[in-house]
Write a protein that binds this ligand. Structure first.
Ligand SMILES: Nc1ncnc2c1ncn2[C@@H]1O[C@H](COP(=O)(O)OP(=O)(O)OP(=O)(O)O)[C@@H](O)[C@H]1O
Ligand SMILES: [Mg+2]
Length: 392
């Protein structure tokens, strides 16, 4: 009889997309607060840098709320290119979330959307997934405005008739709605500020737009939600999670290597998992602790080379000079004559312009300490290794 061949272990580290189940770790304290607040009717604003785990976290909250009998609608606003499409997507998200399992999609539409000026078309794809569309684009602007308003009002009507008198609406990357016209979020505010039975979870990461959407004095959603900043994962817990996954997949590594990675990434969830993913590939090689860390990071830089090169290409010469200066000389006092001379940056106005553009492009940030930093740890390292040191 042929010997049973064990399948090779697969890489247990996931990055770049939503994680759930045993690939999702910790955040228990966040989950408790968010679930409690949304159940209690409090709107929440979750703000965090890109790839910090916002979506994974809120989808876990969604599962818990649903398990407690509260309907939850989820919409990723990043994928909504126009207001007409927003109407379709919102209606489809409501249909998904607010229809009872026993109810037919047709019945739900008739029950809830029959008073709408523009009637939706219902399509059901091969997987049984129902979608609505309004052809609202062709109906013209006044109609589209009215339609969106009706849609914004709909969750309250649904909540009033629901068993728990509560529904939750999640708008992921909601700041992107700012790009669909100046009035859209004002319209949303006008409606949701009167709603008693709907809790909104707003998730965002693009700071320039978030400022305009929620923080500035004239922002449409100013003070509409409890700010809930999301931090990196706790160092110890994250390390234990990673080590366990190396061990159970048959490639244990010394804990110093895992801490080395976490220190490198600052416990950024996605960056750390990505580095761990590449560390796993080399974990069986006879390398020292620092070599393992450096090799894993190098593999990430190779894998991300195309993206890094685009970021670099899209930077004008003054921006490139400044990026290199931040790597070589740090981000303090960058306008001082001494700094500019040392880093060969030219006039202070040139530096100011470069900083402004890099901040707008979300590549550079001003820390509360007053220092400028490159936001993406791997981009910073790519500049250090490939540009400053000229390593290939
Ligand atoms: N709680 C967690 N446990 C383990 N890994 C996590 C956790 N949260 C996030 N990650 C890591 O971060 C990655 C990105 O997660 P997610 O897509 O949820 O973040 P996001 O903030 O919504 O990102 P984006 O800015 O792209 O929308 C995941 O693929 C995973 O590697
Ligand atoms: Mg996300």
């Amino acid at each position: 009889m042929p010997a049973r061949i064990k399948p090779p272990p697969s890489n247990p580290f996931r990055f770049g997309r939503i994680v759930s189940g045993d690939a999702f770790t910790d955040r228990e304290a966040d989950l408790l607060v968010l679930e409690r607040e949304l159940r209690g009717g409090q709107n929440i604003l979750i703000e965090a840098p890109r790839r910090f785990g916002k979506t994974s976290l809120i989808l876990e909250v969604k599962r818990r709320l649903q398990a407690a009998g509260i309907p939850v609608a989820y919409l990723d606003c990043m994928l909504v290119p126009s207001r007409a499409r927003l109407a379709d997507r919102l209606a489809s998200a409501y249909l998904d979330a607010f229809r009872s399992p026993a109810q037919r999609a047709e019945d739900w539409v008739v029950q809830h959307l029959k008073t709408f000026r523009v009637r939706p078309t219902l399509t059901i794809d091969d997987h049984g997934h129902a979608q609505l569309s309004f052809e609202a684009g062709s109906a013209g602007t006044p109609n589209l405005d009215a339609l969106l308003e009706q849609l914004f009002e709909e969750p309250e009507a649904i909540a009033r008739t629901s068993k728990r008198k509560r529904v939750v609406v999640i708008l992921d990357e909601f700041q992107d709605l700012m790009e669909l016209g100046a009035t859209l979020l004002r319209q949303l505010r006008a409606v949701i500020q009167h709603q008693q039975h709907v809790s909104y979870a707003l998730l965002g990461s693009r700071q320039a737009l978030l400022r305009k959407a929620v923080h500035e004095r004239s922002a449409p959603l100013l003070k509409m939600a409890r700010p809930y900043p999301l931090g990196p994962l706790p160092r110890e817990d994250f390390a234990a999670f990673l080590m366990a996954r190396f061990r159970t997949s048959g490639r244990p590594v010394p804990k110093e290597v895992v801490y080395g990675l976490i220190d490198f990434t600052g416990a950024h969830p996605n960056d750390t998992q990505e580095a761990a993913h590449f560390l796993w590939e080399v974990a069986l090689l006879p390398l020292t602790v620092p070599e393992l860390v450096a090799t894993a990071v190098d593999r990430v830089l190779d894998a991300e080379a195309a993206q890094m090169t685009v970021l670099w290409h899209d930077s004008a010469p003054a921006q490139r000079n400044l990026l290199v200066a931040l790597v070589e000389w740090g981000g303090r006092n960058i306008y001082s004559e001494d700094y500019r001379r040392r880093a060969n940056l030219g006039a202070a106005t040139t530096v100011q312009r470069a900083v402004r553009t890099l901040v707008e492009r979300e590549l550079v940030d001003l820390e509360p300490s007053g220092a400028y930093i490159i936001k993406e740890r791997f981009f910073e390292e790519w500049i250090r290794r490939r540009v400053v040191r000229g390593e290939l």
